[in-house]
Design a protein around this ligand. Structure first.
Ligand code: ADP
Length: 166
C-alpha cells in the first residue's frame, strides 16, 4: 500500500516574509513531500500587507520550489493543517527566547489534535536576528532592505512606504 504524502504546514503572519522564513521553507521542502505556507488572517492584528498581498509575495519568492504552496487561513492552525491534510506543523526557532512560547503552542496544538507532530528547524545563523517587526521599522525609515528580504518583498515594502521617512 502506498504511504500517504508527508505534508507540513508552516504558519505565521509573514508580514513581511523575510530571508529567515525563506530559509526554513527551502530546507523543509527537502524534508517533506510538500510544504504549505499558511498566511494567518488575524482580525486582532492590523497587518501592513493584506493576506492576499502576503500570499502573492511568498508565492513569487518560492515559485522555484515545486512542492511548496501558499494559502491564507483564518482560525486555528490545527484546523488549517487538517484542511491541508498535513501531519506536521513546522516552526522556526530563532533563539532560546522563542522556546517557551513554542513549548506552550506545541502542547496546546497536540492537545487539540494529537495526530499532529510539531517539527522545529533552527534558524540559520545568518538570519536568526531577523523579525518582521524589525523589517517593518527599517522599511518605514527608508533603510536598505536587500539583506533582509527577497527582492519581490523588498518591492512590496518600497511601495507600501513610498514617500515616507525619506
Ligand atoms: P508570528 O506570526 O508568530 O508573529 P512570524 O510570521 O514571523 O511570526 O513567524 C512564522 C514562523 O517563522 C514561526 O515559526 C517563527 O518562529 C519563524 N521565524 C520567524 N523569524 C524567523 C527567523 N529569523 N528565522 C527562522 N524562523 C523564523
Amino acid at each position: 500500500m502506498p504511504s500517504s504524502p508527508r505534508i507540513a504546514v508552516y504558519t505565521g503572519s509573514f508580514d513581511p516574509f523575510h530571508f529567515g522564513h525563506d530559509d526554513i521553507v527551502r530546507r523543509a521542502s527537502k524534508l517533506f513531500d510538500s510544504v504549505v505556507v499558511g498566511v494567518g488572517i488575524n482580525p486582532e492584528k492590523n497587518p501592513l500587507f493584506t493576506a492576499e498581498e502576503r500570499c502573492k509575495g511568498i508565492a513569487e519568492v518560492t515559485a522555484d520550489l515545486k512542492n511548496v504552496r501558499v494559502a491564507a487561513f483564518e482560525g486555528l492552525t490545527v484546523g488549517f493543517a487538517r484542511e491541508q491534510k498535513a501531519t506536521v506543523l513546522l516552526r522556526g526557532i530563532r533563539a532560546l527566547a522563542d522556546v517557551e512560547y513554542e513549548f506552550t503552542m506545541t502542547l496546546t496544538n497536540s492537545n487539540l489534535d494529537p495526530s499532529l507532530e510539531t517539527v522545529f528547524l533552527m534558524a540559520h545563523r545568518e538570519y536568526s536576528h531577523l523579525s518582521s517587526s524589525l523589517i517593518r521599522q527599517i522599511a518605514k525609515f527608508g533603510g536598505d532592505l536587500s539583506s533582509f528580504v527577497p527582492e519581490p518583498i523588498r518591492k512590496q515594502l518600497l511601495r507600501a512606504f513610498e514617500g515616507e521617512g525619506r
